[in-house]
Design a protein around this ligand. Structure first.
Ligand SMILES: *Cc1c(COP(=O)(O)O)cnc(C)c1O
Length: 232
């Protein structure tokens, strides 16, 4: 449940990031706050934008494209974080700066082919199904290395790192386990692909942000604690 206004909530989330970074000797500016604005009207994004927020994450393509049009005057960095079907890749290739949920080579190839030449490469994170849950998308840890190698050579994608949505564990300490596993997988990839700028761990949501930051998150994806609770 949202307690304050959007600017107040942004302030308190930012304070939580600073506190979490302090407690594990990290610099607060190594963590980017991604405001997850799915289901929220464009006016809410504008309020957050006017309070200084620049990175926004969206899950539903048509909804996101509508908001981009409404907010065309804003200098927003747009992240697509939801599941992506192969018949929708063109919209992501043409209208986003980042994709966090890449988990199939077929989708990666299409995105690279469809990325307009005048745009810089699309930044991508590979989504890892870290808890091996049937209900979640993502590549398995076993198949990650093969997918990463294939994505790394695509000309119009920039492989930046990994994303995961682990199952909730309750205790903050237990929640660190899957995040630390993801961090370890990224370390392995850096050894495997030393030429790639693998600097991104997209992990941590409203409920488990602190555990993610402790484990090395560089992007935290926060919806509820900024914009309030959602129905979907
Ligand atoms: C909705 C969503 C979030 C934000 O979750 P909250 O619990 O509202 O902070 C983060 N990441 C992904 C992939 C999401 O779909």
């Amino acid at each position: 449940m949202r307690k304050g206004s959007i600017p107040e909530n942004l302030n308190s989330v930012t304070e939580r990031i600073v506190t979490a970074c302090d407690s594990c000797d990290r610099q607060a500016d190594t963590v980017t706050l991604l405001a997850v604005s799915k289901t929220r009207p464009a006016e809410d994004l504008r309020v957050a934008y006017n309070a200084g927020q620049r990175h926004f994450g969206e899950n539903y393509l048509q909804e996101a494209l509508d908001k981009q049009e409404t907010l065309a005057d804003c200098e927003i960095t747009w992240h697509f974080i939801g599941p992506l079907q192969s018949n929708k890749t063109r919209d992501v290739a043409e209208h986003f700066h980042w994709l966090h949920s890449l988990d199939r080579l077929k989708i990666a190839r299409r995105l690279s082919e469809q990325r307009p030449p005048e745009l810089p490469p699309l930044n991508v994170c590979l989504q890892v199904n870290i808890d091996d849950e049937d209900s979640k998308s993502g590549v398995t840890p076993e198949k990650l290395s093969e997918l990463a190698a294939a994505v790394a050579v695509l000309p119009n994608l920039q492989l930046r790192g990994l994303m995961a949505i682990p199952a909730p564990r309750g205790a903050n300490d237990d929640q660190r386990t899957p995040f630390l596993q993801l961090a370890e997988l990224l370390k392995d990839l850096r050894t495997q692909l030393p030429e790639q700028p693998l600097d991104t761990l997209s992990m941590g949501m409203s409920g488990d942000m602190e555990a993610a930051i402790f484990s090395g998150a560089t992007i935290v994806r926060i919806g509820t604690d900024i914009f309030g609770s959602r129905k979907r």
